[in-house]
Design a protein around this ligand. Structure first.
Ligand code: ZN
Ligand code: ZN
Length: 327
């Protein structure tokens, strides 16, 4: 347990992922009980770390009265069912979580959608199958119940008479993603929206320009000029504002790399992915790399820099004839 002062505590909960070692769960004490931001996956190790962390603050799990999920990903709300049952806490998430929860709970639907998408965009059938099989529900990801309270942008979660957590809806990494600004310290709880060193995955969606939405959400954080930022992974960020700017630059560089590749000729989504990511990634990471690549290509398409055409039942991407971007 780490105390950040001003009644803000951080508990690191172990994750069963090779690259992400832990998720930060933040605790703020209020006269009505503890407010918890994110709760990790439902494993025995994570539960033990949470209960020990709460004990170190001088409380028990039953003192948690509100659990806020920053977004609908298993490393943030996987333990929500167990925690809500043990504590009777309210479960607060952005309103978009209500419509996303069915997909969150249905892993088989997600895996077949991703397999079909990979095939349509040029993945060899073996690799598309691996993608399908990489999405199996693990025991630490039980189905979750809908939130008890739905949040909207600029809602204020009251901590005490002089303190509140202001909700910032920051979609992109997930449509239900929120950040929270602590009115007492002006610190930002950034969930996965702004992370140190790594950037969160932005996944492809055939309905909307997820990367464009994500970049707009980052620019919002940048404009607010927030400094001390508590991310859900890694350690405290000195300036959320600068980090948000860096992440925008990272995505612009990746967009440039895709445009450069397409200057040499049209390519499938899979080929583009293999041109910008390592080719020896394990299936889980390959699925994310592919989805992220597609989100970038889709953004270029929304900006009319890229067009699609069909060749032998495969979708190819090429630069628009009117593409006016130059080196
Ligand atoms: Zn996430
Ligand atoms: Zn995460």
């Amino acid at each position: 347990m780490i105390s950040h002062g001003n009644g803000i505590f951080e508990i690191r909960l172990p994750l069963p992922f090779p690259r992400l070692k832990w998720v930060n769960s933040f605790v703020i004490a209020s006269p009505d009980g503890l407010v918890l931001i994110d709760c990790g996956v439902d494993s025995e190790e994570s539960w033990a770390a949470l209960t020990e962390g709460i004990k170190a603050i001088g409380h028990v799990v039953q003192d948690i009265t509100r659990l806020i999920g920053t977004h609908l990903h298993v490393d943030h709300i996987g333990m929500a069912p167990r925690l809500v049952e043990a504590s009777g806490a309210q479960f607060l998430m952005h309103r978009n979580a209500a419509s996303g929860i069915e997909e969150y709970n249905d892993w088989s639907l997600r895996s077949s959608v991703q397999e079909k998408l990979a095939l349509r965009h040029g993945a060899p059938s073996e690799q598309a199958k691996e993608i399908h099989h990489s999405l199996k529900r693990p025991p630490w990801a039980p189905p979750v119940h809908p939130p008890t309270d739905l949040l909207l942008d600029s809602d204020r979660i009251v901590v005490d008479a002089n303190r509140g957590l202001e909700v910032l809806h920051t979609p992109g990494h997930d449509p239900a993603h929120i950040c929270l600004v602590d009115s007492k310290t002006n610190a930002l709880f950034s969930g996965d929206h702004v992370l140190p060193r790594i950037t969160p995955v932005v996944q492809y969606d055939d309905q909307e320009d997820r990367l464009g939405i994500y970049i707009a959400s980052l620019q919002r954080i940048e404009k607010l000029g927030l400094k001390t930022t508590y991310p859900a992974h890694g350690t405290t960020i000195e300036s959320g504002q600068s980090r948000a700017r860096q992440i925008v630059m990272h995505h612009n560089q990746r967009l440039d790399a895709i445009v450069q590749k397409l200057r040499r000729g049209p390519a499938t989504g899979w080929e583009i992915m293999e041109g910008i990511f390592r080719t020896d990634l394990p299936p889980v990471q390959k699925r994310l790399a592919f989805s992220e690549t597609m989100a970038h290509v889709s953004h270029l398409e929304h900006r009319s820099q890229v067009t699609t055409f069909l060749e032998k039942e495969k979708i190819l991407f090429g630069l628009s004839p009117n593409d006016s971007s130059h080196d």
